[in-house]
Design a protein around this ligand. Structure first.
Ligand SMILES: Cc1ncc(COP(=O)(O)O)c(C=O)c1O
Length: 478
């Protein structure tokens, strides 16, 4: 039977001797079949073709094919060709993988990949840190990006600057007031230019776990430092700390701002202990009412603060655009690290973003989103205060895309059960304990409002309320 759609493979065959040519070809093909590089149903090249490619006679190839056929690795079909048999990869019990596979360092094997975002289009989406992609001005960014593909800079094929597109750096500098460079994976870069293996790093507990895992993965000793209602407890920092990572504008995940006295104390501590402070300002473009407190980067007069900004919340997380403002003393090292990591971030996208900012489209989008998110923020706080009074204590916050609430009576395990039950009922939200770095996880929930419409908040929270009630009825509490 002809198999018109079978794929003809182009196998890698290396002939190293000249004594047993059919045997060598046979062994190459057999190895490829056994370790799955050629799979069942695929067609081997015609004998004539392979003979020409290997510079051997056609009979030599035909002898190798006959042996594969006689041993059950392949089947010959008259007028059609030689096909690899299905299910032969383990026929003789050989492992498909090499016996001593390469092993990575342990820390890289235990990083939990973010499965929480695999649920697509939940009915009620309260996942934290997700902006509303439905309201993004795609047409404008498409137009600006398309224009970049006609520009000489992109068309030249020459690599760009690791520091980032100059126009974008200038646009960001105007946007944040001061600029030192553009990055794709800034935290990673900073970690690499500042830390040796076994250096001490302090992170917030609870805190943004990807950063903690990154520091652990590069071999740092990580201390989880508690936070109170003024932010990171500076007095609890270990004296040997080389880098302190904080999210002062909107503590992740709890949501409060670091107070001004605490900010001053942290900067003074860093200066006294020759430490660096990484200021993660990931979502404070969205601020509802409360006056901003000066950024650590602005307060710092001793060149200790590295400011990390992201376009993931203001624009889209899928763009992977962000920036880092480093003290002058780290500028060269940060550029070198970016160069050695991935040289530079996609240039057409950087250039399109620069125009997006310069033309006022960024500011307009942020203003529009701020209005939308403010309505959602108010709604969620109102419903939580009214309908969850007995279950949850909302942590006051007036920034960003999520609020957090501490469970009044439920335990960490019960909240984990609640989140599972809620997910089955179409409500996605994160337990606070997901972001615990130490031995004292807090029972509570993060409720994001970036991806949910204002009029869906109340029905969504009603559904969640029902899940608390279901937990009581099942007796999984008390
Ligand atoms: C605390 C914190 N920092 C940073 C980010 C953003 O990271 P990126 O710019 O890599 O998207 C997030 C995203 O959720 C976050 O929660």
């Amino acid at each position: 039977m002809r198999e018109p759609y079978a794929r003809t493979v182009d196998p890698h065959v290396v002939i190293s001797g000249s004594r047993d040519l059919p045997g060598e070809i046979y062994r190459n093909l057999r190895a490829a079949i056994l370790d799955g590089r050629i799979v069942g149903g695929e067609r081997l090249p015609a004998t004539r073709e392979l003979a020409v490619r290997l510079n051997v006679s056609r009979t030599t190839v035909a002898t190798a094919y006959d042996r594969l056929i006689s041993e059950g690795y392949a089947t010959g079909r008259v007028g059609s060709g030689t096909y690899v048999e299905a299910n032969v990869a383990t026929r003789d019990g050989r492992p498909a993988q090499p016996r001593r596979a390469l092993r990575s360092r342990r820390a890289w094997e235990s990083v939990p990949l973010p499965a929480v975002f695999r649920v697509e289009h939940p009915e009620f989406d309260f996942r934290a840190g997700v902006p509303d992609a439905r309201l993004f001005p795609y047409d404008e960014l498409r137009r600006l990006t398309a224009r970049q593909f006609r520009s000489p800079a992109v068309g030249s094929g020459v690599y760009g600057e690791p520091a980032g597109h100059l126009g974008l750096r200038e646009a960001i500098a105007r946007h944040v007031g001061v600029s030192r460079g553009v990055r794709a994976v800034a935290e990673d870069i900073i970690a690499r230019v500042l830390l040796k293996p076994r250096d001490r790093v302090a992170v917030e507990d609870p805190g943004y776990s990807p950063l903690r895992l990154l520091f652990e993965a590069i071999g740092a000793r990580v201390t989880a430092v508690p936070v109170d209602d003024e932010g990171l407890v500076v007095n609890a920092l270990p004296t040997q700390t080389r880098v302190v990572y904080v999210s002062p504008s909107h503590q992740f995940p709890l949501g409060m701002s670091m107070s001004l006295p605490r900010r001053r104390a942290l900067i003074a501590w860093a200066a006294d202990h020759d430490a660096a402070v990484v200021e993660d300002d990931y979502d404070s473009d969205f601020r509802y009412g409360a006056k901003p407190i000066e950024a650590l980067q602005t307060l710092d007069k001793s060149g200790r603060v590295i400011y990390v900004g992201s376009f993931s919340k203001t624009m889209l997380p899928t763009l992977r655009l962000g920036f880092v403002i480093v003290p002058e003393s780290l500028r060269i090292a940060a550029q070198s690290a970016k160069f050695l990591t991935d040289w530079h971030t996609s240039l057409p996208l950087q250039a399109a973003l620069a125009t997006f900012i310069d033309d006022g489209l960024f500011a307009r989008h942020v203003r529009r989103m701020r209005t939308a998110y403010q309505g959602r923020h108010e709604k969620i706080v109102e419903v939580l205060a009214r309908d969850f009074e007995d279950e949850l204590a909302v942590i006051p916050s007036s920034v960003g895309l999520h609020v957090s609430a501490i469970a009044r009576t439920a335990s960490v395990d019960q909240i984990a059960t609640l989140a599972r039950v809620a997910s089955q009922a179409g409500v996605e939200c994160f337990p606070l304990a997901l972001f615990s770095a130490g031995d004292n996880p807090r029972a509570g929930l993060l409720l994001g409002y970036g991806a949910i419409d204002t009029d869906q908040i109340e029905p969504g929270l009603n559904r969640l309320r029902g899940c608390f009630a279901a937990m009581d009825e099942r007796g999984s509490r008390g």
